[in-house]
Ligand binder design. Structure first.
Ligand code: AMP
Ligand code: MG
Length: 488
């Protein structure tokens, strides 16, 4: 036993009955494989921590930790699943970072918990590395997200679709409170617990609402606003979460649970990669609809706190559920429109802006153009117009030429950003599926070279670097059958 993290445990101390106290069993041979030094400094962690691999697999538990598995429920693919809970994760405690922000430190893949049901509670090295890579890429792309502090291998191998080395990811998040956490205590009709959870969450994430008379209702709309912003930010970088079940939706507004997520290549709003998403519920372009629906689930869960049962005011309840969707949608629309105008370098107030966005996306779809690179090329285009180039890429593409003329008129007529500004908004390096796959495969064979190079590129996504030229482009041969797997 040792004291290193200086943990606080407000969740454990304030929310008795909302979790199961649980100490991870540990693994045969912990070995710290990756450690995120910059994040460790932001958290104010001591240097010695990285010397003790067992801290990152649950073998060594900090003396000030009160490890626990959180209870939560969720709607999975549209149906209510009842109790789910942390089946393969343990919250070690909270660390107040150097900026005074409270962060959860959680082990993911640390073995079975009281909520594991038939699962083994474990994670493959590939899945831990995947989350480490993509969450840190998202962070550098400016998208609110949980982060990754470490990956440690366990010394065990495990069988999924093939044999994998086992690993544990150390995850850092503003909290792990989900829409599904509220749904659980609404479903069990434990209104006291529901209120305790809501008060705790408001104090932790929406402190400005704590003294408001209608704080629960405002909290609901505030979550919708943050989630609306979040989903728009995902879509502005071509991100598809893949499993937007309410147990994976935070009330803090951060991205959580990188399972089957992936980045879109050529633009198509119907793009789906997840093997379990057979009907495209969580397709790229369906994410705003699902986000609204999810916030309505939160509304329904919070109703006992907002509309007292004795009043049984059905109209009021319906209004609140409707407003929950509006809160999400209006925030999504604003963030999307502003973000798209920034990507195009145009004035968001301009009457033509909406049509320019829609027609650009239409062009990308009909011509099967890569989403990320097409935006990036606009700044090249601004520096050197296509008609001045010797090697005219779009020569035969009349539709593009037409669009380009309109766009250029707007950009030139009302210059609000330079090509350099646009390069700071439109990334060049994203974690492309084929590169992620090859890096994870090599890493599981013991070679981290590809992973490290990819990590370095995607965590510095805007600055062009010749060394990473091969990482900026989509796969040469498109694989329409490419699938990602949940919890692998
Ligand atoms: P996810 O699809 O990763 O969001 O997980 C949905 C639910 O399944 C959560 O309650 C997880 O804790 C649980 N779960 C997923 N994988 C495992 C596993 N290998 N062992 C135990 N529980 C798991
Ligand atoms: Mg989950």
């Amino acid at each position: 036993m040792t004291v290193l993290f200086n943990f606080e445990n407000t969740y454990a101390d304030s929310l008795d009955g909302l979790y199961a106290a649980h100490t991870p069993a540990g693994y045969p041979a912990p070995d710290l494989l990756l450690y995120n030094e910059p994040l460790a400094s932001e958290l104010g962690l001591s240097k010695e921590i990285a010397q003790i691999s067992g801290l990152f697999t649950g073998n060594v538990v900090d003396e000030q930790s009160k490890p626990l598995a959180q209870a939560y429920a969720g709607h999975q693919f549209g149906s209510f699943s009842g109790l789910l809970g942390d089946g393969r994760a343990v919250l070690l405690g909270e660390k107040v970072d150097v900026q005074g922000k409270r962060k959860d430190i959680q082990l993911k893949g640390s073995g079975p918990t009281p909520f594991s049901r038939r699962g083994d509670g474990k994670a493959t090295l590939a899945s831990a590395l995947r989350e480490y890579l993509i969450s840190e890429a998202m962070y550098q792309l400016g998208v609110p997200t949980s982060r990754s502090l470490a990956v440690a291998t366990t010394g065990e191998s495990m069988i999924r679709r093939k044999v994998h080395p086992g690993a544990v990811l150390t995850r850092v998040a503003s909290s792990h409170i989900r829409v599904g956490t509220f749904e659980l205590f609404a479903a069990t009709e434990e209104t006291n617990k529901l209120r305790m959870l809501a008060d705790y969450t408001i104090a932790r994430h929406y402190r400005e609402l704590a003294n408001e008379k209608d704080k629960y209702e405002r909290f609901l709309y505030a979550v919708g606003k943050r989630q609306g912003e979040l989903v728009a930010r995902w879509m502005l970088v071509g991100f598809i979460h893949g499993v937007m079940n309410t147990d994976n939706v935070t009330v803090s507004g951060e991205t959580l649970d990188y399972g089957p997520c992936a980045f879109m290549n050529h633009y198509d709003e119907n793009t789906v990669f997840s093997s379990i998403d057979r009907h495209g519920r969580y397709a790229y372009g369906n994410q705003p609809v699902i986000g609204q629906w999810n916030n309505q689930r939160l509304a329904i869960a919070l109703l006992p706190l907002i509309v007292p049962a004795e009043s049984e005011n059905q109209d009021l309840a319906q209004d609140i559920v409707r407003e929950a969707a509006v809160a999400f949608k209006s925030s999504f629309d604003d963030t999307w429109h502003t973000g798209m105008c920034q990507k195009l370098g145009i004035d968001e107030q301009h009457a033509d802006s909406e049509d320019l966005i829609a027609s650009f996306l239409h062009l990308l779809k009909s011509q099967e153009k890569d989403f990320t690179l097409s935006f990036r090329e606009l700044s090249t285009e601004l520096r050197e117009p296509y008609y001045e180039k010797k090697n005219v890429r779009y020569q035969l593409d009349l539709e593009y030429v037409k669009w380009d003329k309109r766009w250029r008129k707007l950009v030139m007529g009302n210059p609000i950003s330079t090509a350099d500004d646009m390069d700071k908004i439109n990334p060049l390096y994203i974690p492309r599926n084929h590169r992620v796959e090859e890096a994870l495969e090599a890493a599981e064979e013991g070679d981290l070279t590809l992973f490290t190079t990819l990590y370095n590129a995607v965590t510095n996504p805007y600055l062009e670097n010749e060394t990473y030229a091969h990482l900026s482009t989509p796969a040469e041969k498109r694989d329409p059958n490419y699938r990602t797997f949940c919890g692998t």
